[in-house]
Write a protein that binds this ligand. Structure first.
Ligand SMILES: Cc1cc2nc3c(=O)[nH]c(=O)nc-3n(C[C@H](O)[C@H](O)[C@H](O)COP(=O)(O)OP(=O)(O)OC[C@H]3O[C@@H](n4cnc5c(N)ncnc54)[C@H](O)[C@@H]3O)c2cc1C
Length: 471
């Protein structure tokens, strides 16, 4: 049965995409949300998954569940790969989708600023999978260090956790890692916790740049009190499997580098071929449309909106995404009604907040600026923002339980390789190491022999050629 209602296609079910779909769900339109995954992710709490506080299903929510009462909203689980705007088509890995109005809300990914080794050896924190990798790896490092009795150097490397980036993600991750370490302290009876270190590295002279100076200073002091070594004005040059190399040549030995130093828009946003900023964000008009396209909007982290002449673009944060979604939705309805004048996006900054581990937060909004009450305010706001009543309850219980008992039951390593080879490596590490060294030696010997043979063959061939020439 053909549907004559205007078809709005939204790429991305993050804060922007979900808010846009919710704004339009009760209108006489048909909505298709295209997302490569079937859940909406509450990114601000990713660090709590990576540090074993929360489980994955407490910060992710099925996209379809948002719209169970809206039969005009459909999810198409696919990856958008390109556009054919002349035919109003979004191309995906599962076929084309036709739209009347398009909202690009594909968000952002980690920006490694072109440093291939940093990308290879550090951990990003933009997806649920990455948060799980960090959790698994961090916990695994404690288990390995616990048995690394004969090399203090190796052990310290395993017990040094570096967060790069002094924005909310880096600060919150560093604070939460300290809490995790405090819990491990009670259960790893053989480890010397003086060897455990959390380092926060920031290229500029400040953490939490959106906060006033007093709150920034408070944040640094609180982190340091918790045991974090804060290194400001420190630039990263390279990274390898054994640590981080700074611009001044210093090496910080570590097996764990968490990269929270920048974001760049997902590549799909730039595929319309219009102007993008340095972070790959599509530069949009005041009404949030992509220049040159009457029926295409870009919102959230993938859009670059400059509020006024000479001003900085709006930051990549959730309120910008959700407020932009309202305006894009309103403007789509105006276009459908045939109105010529669209709304201009005015962002209302309601302030920001960040936690610095358990019982500590900074808020530049509301009456409580720092400390326990600021942390309670942070908890309250985040509980309200999480999707689903069940989640609200379980998260509240977990945070309460964690507050009073200091226990984190989520410390599970879930990516253990159970193959025979891996099991042997776990059970007989010395034997396996010797076998590996022997195998490497044998391979090197064989390679040397092959090289020698090749050299002999080349010499023989040269001699034969010379003989032929003589004749
Ligand atoms: C660790 C962390 C902590 C943060 N903390 C805060 C905070 O405390 N406060 C705050 O305000 N903001 C915070 N942010 C930023 C905030 O989460 C983002 O600004 C917000 O998620 C942006 O929403 P969005 O809808 O634009 O993008 P996203 O939420 O990133 O959603 C984009 C969606 O698009 C989908 N997608 C991407 N590419 C494709 C494709 N090609 N095809 C199909 N689907 C695609 C993705 O799967 C995703 O579902 C934090 C971010 C991170 C990573």
């Amino acid at each position: 049965m053909s549907d004559s209602r205007p078809h709005v296609v939204i790429i991305g079910a993050g804060f922007a995409g979900i808010a846009a779909a919710q704004r339009l769900a009760n209108e006489n339109v048909r909505i298709t949300i295209i997302d490569r995954q079937n859940f909406h992710l509450f990114q601000p709490l990713l660090y709590q998954v990576s540090t074993s506080v929360l489980a994955t299903d407490e910060i992710a929510y099925p996209i379809r569940s948002f719209f169970r009462n809206n039969d005009n909203v459909e999810l198409f689980m696919a990856k958008a790969t390109g556009f054919d705007p002349a035919r109003n088509i979004v191309e995906t890995n599962h076929g084309d989708v036709h739209y009347d109005y398009l909202v690009i809300a594909s968000g952002a990914t980690t920006n490694f600023f072109g440093m291939a080794n940093v990308e290879k050896y550090s951990y990003g924190m933009k997806t649920l999978q990455e948060a799980l990798h960090i959790r698994n790896h961090t916990l695994h490092m404690f288990e390995r260090a616990n048995k690394m009795e004969d090399s203090a150097e190796e052990r310290r490397k395993m017990l040094t956790f570096i967060c790069v980036g002094g924005g909310p993600t880096g600060v919150e991750e560093a604070g939460a890692l300290c809490e995790l370490i405090d819990i491990q302290r009670h259960e790893f009876h053989n480890l010397d916790f003086n060897e455990v270190q959390v380092i926060l590295i920031e290229a500029t002279d400040k953490v939490l740049p959106m906060m006033p100076e007093e709150l920034r200073n408070y944040t640094v002091k609180t982190l340091e009190k918790k045991g974090v070594k804060v290194m400001l004005n420190t630039q990263v040059a390279d990274c390898d499997a054994d640590g981080l190399i700074l611009k001044d040549g210093t090496r910080i030995p570590s097996k764990t580098v968490i990269w929270a130093a920048g974001v760049r828009a997902h590549i799909i946003a730039s595929r319309l071929g219009t102007e993008c900023d340095r972070g790959g964000r599509v530069v949009v008009n005041k009404d949030l449309r992509v220049p040159g396209f009457d029926n295409i909007f870009a919102i959230g982290d993938c859009a670059c909106f400059v509020p006024g002449e000479g001003q900085r673009p709006l930051p990549t944060i959730a309120p910008v995404a959700t407020q932009g979604a309202q305006v894009a939705g309103d403007n789509i309805m105006k276009l459908i009604r045939g109105e010529k004048t669209l709304d201009v996006f005015h962002y209302h900054d309601k302030g920001s907040m960040a936690t610095i581990g358990r019982c500590e937060a900074v808020c530049n909004v509301g009456p409580f600026k720092t400390g326990f009450m600021a942390w309670c305010a942070w908890m309250f706001i985040h509980i309200l923002r999480l999707e689903g009543f069940y989640t609200n309850i379980t998260v509240l219980l977990k945070w309460g339980w964690n507050l009073f008992t200091g226990v984190r039951l989520g410390r599970l390593i879930t990516n253990i390789d159970l193959s025979d080879a891996a099991r042997r490596e776990q059970n007989e590490p010395e034997k396996v190491a010797i076998e590996k060294a022997e195998a490497a030696n044998k391979a090197a010997e064989e390679a040397a022999l092959a090289a020698k043979k090749a050299q002999e063959a080349a010499i023989a061939a040269a001699a034969a050629a010379a003989e032929l020439n003589k004749k």
